[in-house]
Structures are given as C-alpha cells and as structure tokens.
Design a protein. Structure first.
Length: 394
C-alpha cells in the first residue's frame, strides 16, 4: 500500500518534513522514537477480539489518514518558523517560541500525530469503534488548530518585534545624524581657522605646518560618511570628535611657531621722515599817521643809567637716565610643547634694553624694547622639562 510522506515510519530524525522547530535562533531537534518504528502487523499476532483500523473499516482509516495529513502540514509550518537573532531576546518572541515548542512536542513527533500514524499503519490494534475513531480524529483536529494558533502567534510576535526594532533603529540613526552634522559644522569652522593660520606667516619649525595640513586633509575626509548607516555615522562622529581636538592643538602649535619665527627674524622699523617746519612771517607794521606839530619842550637831562653788575648763576649738570630693571619672569601660557614667557620691564628714562628669557639655565629667546612695558616671547619647550622661567638683560 502506498503512503504519503507524512505517514512514513519514524526515524531518528523525526518523520516526514517535521524535523525541527527553531526557537531563539537555535534549532531544537525533535528526536523520533526509533525503538517504536512502525512495522506492518503480521497475521496471527492480533489478540482475540482486536484488529487494525484498516481491517476494521476503510472509511475509518481514511478519516484518520486525512486528519493526520492536516496535522502533518501544521507541523511542517511550525518547523519553518525561524526567529532572527536580532529579536530573539524580545519578551513576546521568547514567550511565543516556548509556547510553540511545547505545542509541537504534544502534537507532532511525540504526540497526537504519532498516535494517528500508529493507527493508520496498523500498529495500534484494539477493538475499534466509531466512538474511538471519532475521538482520535477530534484529537487530531484540536492539535492542528492549537498548533496553527501557536505558529501564527510566534510569527506575529517576530513581525512586531522587528517593526519595533526598525523604529528604534530609525530613531537612533536620526539622533546620530544630527550629532554628526553638528560636529561636522564645528570641524569645518576649525578647518577654516587652520587654513587662515597656515596663510599667516612662516613658522620656525616647518613640521608644524606639515602636520596641520595632513590633519586638515584627514578631517575633511571624515566629514563624508554614509548617513543611512548607523554604524558609519557613529564611527564618523567619533572621528570628528578627535579631529576637533587635534586641529585646535596643531593650529596653536603653528601659531606659536610663527610667532617664534617673527621674534627670531624681526622686521626692521623704518626711520620716520622729519616733517618740514614752516618759517614764521613777520606781521606787517601798521602805517603811522602824521600827528599835529606840538610845541618844542626842552629835554630833561638825566644821568646815564649804569646797570648793576651781573652775578654768575651756578649751572646744574644734567641727571643721568635711570637704568631699566626687569621684574620676575613667569609663564603666561603653557601648551606642553610650546609656551610663552613674560616679564615686566621698567624703563622710565627710555634707555632701551634687550631681555633674554630662560627656562632654568637654557636661554630660549631674546626680546628688544624701550620704555615701560610687558615683554613676552613664545618658546619651544619639552613637555617633560621642569618649568623654571627666568628673564635678565642680555
């Protein structure tokens, strides 16, 4: 007698197409009962008063066989459900998966379908009655309905969890893109500032300009990412955060190096051209008018005036100008690899001076000046060197 796949005898791998139910991303093998392999009964083995379902009634055998086919299909559908790893930890998915596993165990290889196969193959011999057949068919129908409901429940839970995960990921991507764009704007501004500094003059150390140019190119590249990928946007934002810090550090180092070059190579001050002075013109004398003739009066004779003898006044010698003095030196800024040393110089007599700046015993820079002022110079200094600023006239 030919039998369809769902009625083939069980093996160690299960029966028909139902061999596993997937739960939490891992297949759970429903191991068949190999010791209960179904064999065709032989004559003389039946007990008195018992018979096989096929022998009892071909109609009964067809009823059980048809219902077994429906249950076998439901078992196959359950075995086709796969839980993606991304939603395996979802609470609803976990509960629905456990429910389906239990239902498969009760309805398929170890449950109702197994009993129905036993009856169809003739391994279940008894006194078959209409009530017994109806009970077996109803049991198969209930198992089919329950299995179908559990399969649909798990599929629905998976779909809902995937939808929630998709919405959550979309929200995360939107927030990450906003942060990335804000960081890009900051870095773009720092790149403009860095380019302006590069055009500002010659550095004392050429490597400060080279390093800044390389960082500008790298950061410009980091501002272009796939903004539809959460991983790409997140990585891009982290790279731009590092860029912002590095650009500020390298721009400051270049500025200090340019200032050091200017102090080492001062631009000569042009001699001012004297302004010509205007010659004062003598105001014209008013024209005298002729006065009427007065009567002649004899002159009065007075003794000649003799001026008193002049007394020599002592002359005061000019005072020498006050020598300039320099106050204690200090660091006004310290950037690790570069620093600014400053000191106030008192020069009320405007004698002029040259101040040498030191760190410990090492002279680092010279500054010329005149008059009272705060003088300062950028210097290159090791990050690990002790800080002991000093200033004295060279």
């Amino acid at each position: 007698m030919w039998l369809p796949d769902f009625l083939l005898p069980e093996t160690a791998k299960g029966f028909g197409p139902v061999s596993k139910i997937v739960g939490c991303g891992v297949g759970v093998l429903l191991v068949g009962m190999a010791s209960l392999a179904l064999l065709q009964p032989t004559s003389g083995q039946s007990n008195a008063g018992t018979t096989t379902l096929t022998a009892a009634s071909a109609d009964w055998q067809k009823q059980v066989s048809d219902q077994a086919a429906l249950l076998s299909t439901a078992c196959a559908n359950a075995g086709a459900v796969v839980v993606p790893d991304a939603v395996a930890s979802d609470a609803d998915v976990t509960t629905a998966s456990q429910t389906l596993n239990t239902t498969v165990t009760n309805a398929c290889a170890f449950g109702t379908l197994h009993q129905m196969q036993q009856a169809v193959f003739g391994a279940d011999t008894r006194v078959w009655t209409a009530d017994a057949v109806t009970q077996l068919v109803n049991q198969g129908s209930a198992a089919t309905a329950k299995l179908t409901t559990a399969t649909t429940g798990l599929s629905t839970a998976i779909a809902n969890a995937q939808g929630n995960a998709s919405q959550s990921q979309a929200a995360q991507l939107q927030a990450a893109v906003a942060e990335f764009q804000a960081q890009s704007a900051t870095v773009s501004s720092l790149i403009d500032e860095a380019n302006s500094t590069l055009a500002g003059g010659t550095p004392a150390d050429a490597s400060t300009a080279t390093n800044l140019q390389a960082k500008i190119a790298s950061c410009t590249s980091s501002m272009t990412v796939d903004q539809t990928s959460l991983d790409a946007v997140t990585a891009g934002k982290a790279a731009l955060t590092t860029c912002a810090t590095d650009l500020q550090t390298l721009t400051t180092a270049l500025l200090m190096s340019q200032q050091a070059y200017q102090f080492q190579n001062p631009t000569p001050t042009p001699t001012p051209t004297p302004t010509p002075t205007k010659t004062a013109t003598k105001p014209s004398q008013p024209t005298q008018t002729t006065q009427p003739t007065q009567p002649t009066v004899p002159p009065v004779t007075t003794p000649p005036y003799t001026p008193p003898p002049t007394t020599a006044q002592p002359t005061e010698s000019p005072r020498p100008p006050t020598a300039p003095t320099v106050a204690k030196a200090s660091f006004s800024h310290d950037y690790g690899t570069a620093a600014v040393i400053q000191a106030y110089v008192f020069d009320p007599g405007r004698v002029g001076y040259t101040v040498c700046f030191y760190n410990g015993s090492q002279m680092l820079a010279q500054v010329k000046g005149i008059g009272n002022k705060m003088v300062a110079a950028p210097v290159v200094i090791s990050p690990s060197a002790p800080r002991a600023p000093g200033a004295m006239f060279c």
